[in-house]
Design a protein around this ligand. Sequence first.
Ligand code: ARG
Length: 235
Amino acid sequence: ASGVPLIKTGALTTCTHLPYAPFQSKDASGKVVGFDVALIDLVATKLGVTQEIVDTPFEGIKSGTDLNAGKCDVAAAGMTITDERKKVLDFSVPYFDATQALAVGTGSTLKTLEEFAGKRLGVQGGTTGEEYIKTQVAEKKLDVEVVSYKDLAALQQALATNQVEGAVNDLPVWNEYIKANPGKVTVAAGFDTGEQYGFAVKKGNAALLTAVDEAIRTAKSDGTYDKLYATWIGD
Ligand code: ARG
């Protein structure tokens, strides 16, 4: 109604960074699926278009570069809403609560950051988990070697092959990994960072943001959100 186009092309383009199951990952047929994908599909349906996924590094998503340059209409990347990111992106209402968690190989007794003194701890580059761990290590003056990996797959691979003795990422992501790879890793500790995920749009795209918020609110009130949660996140 405002005359401002909600989306650039005939499709709703979504920037995300794969893999990040259960929020976004490729299924056996190569199709990108997940909780975020399903929620943004509701937005696309509402707009009468289909969703097109653009897989791109998280750095460009959270820095606002991709959306503000028009690479995508919306970002859906299990992305935590932070004050810093709010300066460069407009966020939807929160759609998911998360905390950080430390995963270690099964049988490892490491549980605290202090115990990682002289050891290697992996994180995912550009994420809130990386920032949290780097801040903790600096504040507590811990002699921990923090190693940043370019994506979740590289981080999980590093842990599986003992390149690092532990790895920090969002708890739901570890829960999903453990479901898919039983017996390999365990969650040794949680860090109550109180994070909330939001979808993001280019600064000022209020029309699209309203459509996203309405889709989330409707899904929460009509039971769709709970169904998708049960399908993708479980209990
Ligand atoms: N929630 C964390 C953050 O916002 C990690 C998100 C990583 N997402 C991804 N699709 N790679 O920093």
